[in-house]
Design a protein around this ligand. Structure first.
Ligand code: CA
Length: 502
């Protein structure tokens, strides 16, 4: 029988498993006064009506009646705090740089030169300006993998960057910059080593000049299918172009690099009551260590952090960063409002049954992935960061959109936290999976890279799993395969397109 308290200021703790009325919890010197379901909150002290309920060190709301030490606090007993308007957001100097980070401060990566992030993989990325080419690209990429790639052992793989954008879209619409910027940044991703390869159809709206610089548009880098003589010529020309690129990529070697050359992202999907207790804070701890050692780490998922955005603002390193946070979150608020989307449906009944009382508590569980470091920059969807340290990238929370959007922002490795389980991955970078509890890890042992369940059972601390994850991130960044990579699992590149389709 155990309770977990996240932060020393918390006046509630979470039941690891269902607790019966009358049970003694020694560590907290209390007797539980009512039956408490798994994942739910128990009062650690008497509270007067109107007193704040503190979890994750933040206010979830106030109790609407007196509560006794040992009582179950459910969602009906907490009144929500007012959600602060974006105009009230202020930097608060609350970001904390992690002290005494691990001594391991390098990784083996593919250097891309001064001022650029290094690759964690050496991949030929075959991009396109339009979905119309997808069938040809897929067949050509398979042929290259089978017949040409084996000749170039230093190249890890071939990825066809097939996406749904490019034509039949309002290319000059206000928000079209988001998919266009994303595709341009995907083409130039650090894992492709500067070997640009873009296949167009010939009549699409997304012309080469929208995603490549004038110097980059030449016969070495671009190919137009409408200039080819039939299907077999298309495939043959793509293969010839690929071989030229593979020869150059094959010359690349891993070298020991500082962590300032590493950029890692995180997201969660299929969350459960333990996400905010075990896996997400472990990611946060590993991210704090990485950031303290000079790496760039990125978290996202606007709709999942929206109700904790004032806590993000307090960790922003300057008023300028807060201003960008207001702008990006404000954009998202309007985008949701335009579609009549309502976030009052959050948390879901399943979240509540799992112990998440309200949207603040859910948001804090998601934000736990970001650790405690100062937020040095806020970027829009598919935008490139310009600073090193903790970055908030304002992307949708949808797994299948957040992944490619962070990829467009240049991440070369992603940590994916899940409590329900999802086989999500990408082919362009390693995606590492962390389970929130051991039952899930044991159910999918060949899909998970690491289990945070030891924190739930009390066998491990957040520091233990955080350090384990830190080392594993550097191992995988240096070439060790993630589970998803070794299985060849990857999802489609669903890039974020808020602009109209015509
Ligand atoms: Ca997600």
């Amino acid at each position: 029988m155990r309770l977990i308290r996240i932060s020393s200021e918390d006046n509630v703790a979470i039941a690891v498993s269902a607790i019966e009325k009358g049970s003694r919890v020694e560590g907290f010197d209390l007797t539980v006064l009512s039956d408490v379901p798994q994942g739910h909150k128990v009062a650690l002290a008497d509270m007067k009506k109107g007193e704040k309920v503190i979890r994750y060190g933040v206010e979830l709301g106030t109790v609407n009646r007196d509560v006794l030490k040992g009582e179950w606090i459910n969602e009906k007993m907490i009144d929500l705090p007012m959600s602060p308007p974006l105009s009230s957001l202020r930097p608060g100097g609350k970001g904390v740089v992690y002290q005494n980070p691990p001594a391991r401060k390098t990784f083996l990566g593919y250097d891309n030169g001064e001022g650029r992030y290094a690759g964690t993989r050496n991949i030929l990325g075959i991009a396109t300006t339009v979905q119309c080419t997808a069938g040809v690209l897929r067949i050509a990429a398979e042929k290259i993998k089978k017949e040409i790639l084996p000749k170039y052992p230093n190249v890890d793989g071939v990825s066809a960057l097939i996406h749904p954008y490019g034509c039949g879209v309002a290319i000059n619409a206000t928000d079209a910059y988001i998919p266009i910027r994303s595709i341009s940044n995907l083409i130039h991703h650090p894992n492709f080593g500067g070997e640009l390869m873009v296949v167009g159809l010939g009549c699409e709206k997304l012309t080469f000049d929208r995603v490549l610089s004038p110097e980059e548009i030449n016969d070495d880098n671009v190919l137009v299918l409408q200039k080819c003589h039939g299907f077999s010529d298309m495939v043959a020309q793509i293969c010839r172009m690929a071989e030229r690129k593979l020869q150059r990529l094959n010359e690349r070697k891993r070298t020991e690099l500082p962590l300032s050359k590493l950029i890692v992202g995180t997201q969660c999907g299929g969350s459960d009551a333990f996400s905010g207790i075990s896996s997400n804070p472990s990611i946060g701890r590993a991210f704090d260590m990485l950031a303290a050692n000079g790496a760039t780490v990125m978290f996202s998922e606007v709709t999942e952090v929206r109700d904790g955005v004032h806590f993000l603002a307090e960790r922003c390193s300057s008023e300028e960063v807060v201003e960008k946070l207001r702008k990006e979150i404000g954009w998202y608020d309007e985008y949701l409002a335009k579609g009549g989307a309502d976030r009052s449906a959050n948390p879901t009944p399943g979240n509540k049954a799992g112990g998440l009382s309200n949207i603040v508590e859910k948001a804090m569980g998601s934000i736990a992935k970001s650790g405690k470091s100062p937020i040095v920059e806020v970027i829009g969807p598919g935008e490139l960061p310009t600073k090193h340290g903790l970055i908030f990238a304002a992307t949708p929370a949808s797994d299948i959109v957040c992944g490619p959007t962070q990829l467009a922002s240049g991440i070369t490795l992603q940590i994916f936290s899940t409590g329900r389980g999802t086989p999500y991955s990408l082919s362009e970078i390693p995606v590492m999976k962390i389970s929130t509890h051991t039952e899930l890890y044991d159910m999918w042992p060949d899909l998970f890279d690491i289990d945070a369940g030891g924190i739930v059972t009390g066998e491990k601390s957040i520091d233990d799993v955080g350090l384990e994850l830190y080392n594993m991130i550097l191992d995988v960044a240096s070439g060790k395969q993630s589970r998803a990579e070794s299985l060849g699992l990857y999802n489609d590149l669903v890039i974020d397109n808020p602009a109209p389709i015509t």
